[in-house]
Ligand binder design. Structure first.
Ligand SMILES: Cc1cc2nc3c(=O)[nH]c(=O)nc-3n(C[C@H](O)[C@H](O)[C@H](O)COP(=O)(O)OP(=O)(O)OC[C@H]3O[C@@H](n4cnc5c(N)ncnc54)[C@H](O)[C@@H]3O)c2cc1C
Length: 370
């Protein structure tokens, strides 16, 4: 059986690429080892925070920003194609910093990059956030019109939308074997069948290196575990709260989602007492009542991080594409990742400058194994 493109990995990245490739007229097949969206993509908080950025020379940041700009349209398309609802919430985001150098650097960057109408530094913390918050202990930034959604709503809609426009999605296939064909292209072997393709996309999140090392490529891709806890609601406001842009509290109905740790080099998707203690120590400075032992649910996911924290997206060699390393922002970057990957797959000039994401870049990119 032949497909124009075979995509290994059914997280948000693989599914976004499949959907766009199908919309461009290619026959696209997603092969997912476990269950679609069952790893980082399903574990994510679903924050889509823009910080009001309108210009930036930081590598990857404009890609991120433009991806976020396309989100409302993308979600509306997914809803229409899938028939499923994906509520996209728009709220304020309150960002608390200790009064230290980090706050100064954060503010400097906002002044350089962000639309002043979309943020302010303020002493006025709304009462609904809790009277225990002492603004003098923190520097407080307020961002207007930030967005979030639930990955649990997004992933099924994206899968169904991809299928609706013609993609095939097979999950539970384990780790397919991949062979190069003497005539060019690849054969992807499952237990009971195989597929040939001229274009293989590896979108296997932190496991991308396992697939590509078999094909003679290596890169420094680090797993970074994030642990989360869902606890009874910590405040009354319909708003996001960030602590130093690292930890966050997201409203989820009667609950608050609190996240997330950043544990480098951890491959196991478990939650630990140490991880919960870290959340308690950090988020407890804002919400002293936060107690992870009252969590109704805890989970973790593995973020795929490249050496420079910018994704790898593009051709490694003719017919072999890598799409991974989206680290903390894969949900946010998914719409544009899908579009530019599909443009490359159909031989078009990408509509976005991809040089920051070049998978060959030095020293953060892929190199051929000797
Ligand atoms: C705790 C946490 C919170 C986060 N919060 C946010 C957020 O708020 N906003 C945001 O933008 N991003 C967030 N992220 C980051 C985001 O979740 C990731 O960047 C994104 O999910 C990566 O998507 P992916 O498709 O590359 O990887 P994954 O979701 O890991 O998908 C890769 C898939 O490949 C499959 N696979 C592996 N090996 C093979 C193989 N050999 N063959 C076939 N399939 C294979 C796996 O089973 C997996 O399903 C968060 C991440 C975590 C962990």
């Amino acid at each position: 059986m032949h497909r124009d493109v075979v995509i290994l990995g059914g997280g948000i990245v693989g599914l976004s690429i499949a959907r766009e490739a199908s919309r461009f007229g290619l026959s696209a097949l997603v092969l997912e080892r476990d269950r679609v969206g069952s790893h980082a993509s399903g574990a994510a908080a679903g924050l889509l925070v823009s910080r009001g950025v309108v210009r930036s020379s930081v590598p990857g940041r404009m890609f991120y920003t433009q991806a976020l700009q396309s989100y409302p349209r993308w979600v509306a398309d997914l809803e229409r194609e899938s028939g499923l609802s994906v509520p996209l919430h728009t709220t304020d985001d309150w960002c608390f910093f200790c009064p230290c150098g980090r706050a100064d650097r954060f503010r400097d960057r906002l002044e350089r990059e962000s639309d002043p109408a979309l943020w302010e530094e303020t002493d006025l913390v709304p009462p609904g956030l809790g009277t225990f918050l002492r603004p003098t202990s923190f520097r407080v930034f307020r961002f207007h019109e930030e967005r979030w959604l639930r990955p649990g709503d997004l992933l099924p809609a994206l899968r169904d939308a991809a299928i609706h426009v013609g993609s095939e999605v097979m999950d539970g296939v384990g780790e397919p074997r991949v062979e190069r064909l003497a005539t060019g292209g690849f054969r992807v072997l499952l237990e009971d069948r195989s597929f040939s393709t001229g274009q293989l996309v590896v979108a296997a999140g932190p496991w991308t290196g396992n697939v590509l090392s078999e094909l003679g490529w290596a890169a420094n891709l680090v797993p970074v575990r994030g642990q989360m806890a869902l606890v009874p609601r910590l405040h009354d406001l319909d708003a996001l709260v960030h602590l130093e842009d690292s930890f966050y509290v997201v409203p989820r109905g009667n609950y608050s989602l609190v996240g997330a740790t950043s544990e480098h080099g951890k491959w196991s998707e478990e939650t630990t007492e140490e991880g919960m203690a870290e959340l308690r120590r950090r988020v407890g400075t804002l919400f002293p009542d936060f107690d992870p032992s009252r969590a109704v649910e805890r989970w973790s996911g593995i973020r795929p991080r490249t050496r420079d924290r910018v994704p790898h997206l593009g051709w490694l060699e003719p017919g072999l594409m890598v799409a991974s390393g989206h680290y903390r922002s894969g949900i946010s970057m998914a719409p544009l990742t899908g579009v530019v990957a599909a443009e490359l797959l159909t031989g078009r000039t990408p509509s976005h400058d991809l040089s920051d994401l070049d998978p060959h870049r030095r020293p953060a990119g892929w190199r051929r194994l000797p």
